[in-house]
Design a protein around this ligand. Structure first.
Ligand SMILES: CC(C)(COP(=O)(O)OP(=O)(O)OC[C@H]1O[C@@H](n2cnc3c(N)ncnc32)[C@H](O)[C@@H]1OP(=O)(O)O)[C@@H](O)C(=O)NCCC(=O)NCCS
Length: 159
């Protein structure tokens, strides 16, 4: 699988952390990752594998993986509100699938809130299937978590 080159994409660097913390708080007001978590993710490389996208002089998106062998996990994928709906989410997901495939993973897994319609539409459109439902996983609010999986064509059986 070869992902299209994403304009402005590069590897996560420690200098991105303040921008990540700000965008994370905007995108996930209830459970944003704090600065210490980002330092931990950086320290977890190369198993942890994050990219950022800069557009028009600002952090426009970030996404990352945990390379766990046969199965890779999508840790996060976030596009800044004013850059949403322009195809960046799809491009980043393609990039992560390409990286997981290159690392030898047979499948990519993720977890999404059942009430997150834009993310669910993105994953549905890109061929992810619901494997299990974790009832009332997200608190407060009793929101279910959907565990989704996509088999990666080159290494596994494509779904
Ligand atoms: C989910 C998210 C990453 C999508 O990024 P994006 O760059 O806006 O998505 P794209 O422009 O690439 O759109 C890809 C597909 O996602 C779906 N989608 C995107 N925004 C949507 C919306 N507001 N409503 C419904 N579907 C939407 C569509 O299926 C779309 O395909 P289409 O344009 O052919 O219909 C973005 O909304 C986001 O950052 N949300 C907040 C963080 C988050 O929830 N991340 C996921 C955690 S599991």
């Amino acid at each position: 699988m070869t992902a299209e080159v994403v304009t402005g994409l590069r590897e996560l660097a420690w200098t991105d952390i303040p921008g990540l913390v700000a965008l994370e708080g905007e995108a996930f007001p209830d459970d944003a990752w704090a600065e210490a978590s980002w330092w931990g993710e950086l320290a977890g490389r190369p198993r942890r594998d994050y990219v950022v996208v800069h557009r028009e002089g600002e952090l426009a998106a970030y996404a990352g993986l945990d390379h766990g062998g046969q199965v890779a996990d999508l840790m996060t994928i976030t596009v800044a509100p004013r850059h949403r709906g322009t195809g960046l989410g799809v491009q980043l997901l393609d990039e992560l699938e390409s990286r997981a495939t290159t690392a030898g993973a047979e499948a990519l897994m993720l977890e999404v809130r059942a009430d997150n319609a834009p993310a669910r539409a993105l994953y549905d459109r890109r061929g992810y299937d619901v494997l299990t439902v974790r009832r009332a996983y997200y608190q407060p609010g009793n929101v279910d978590a959907l565990v989704m999986r996509k088999m990666l064509a080159q290494n596994g059986i494509e779904s």
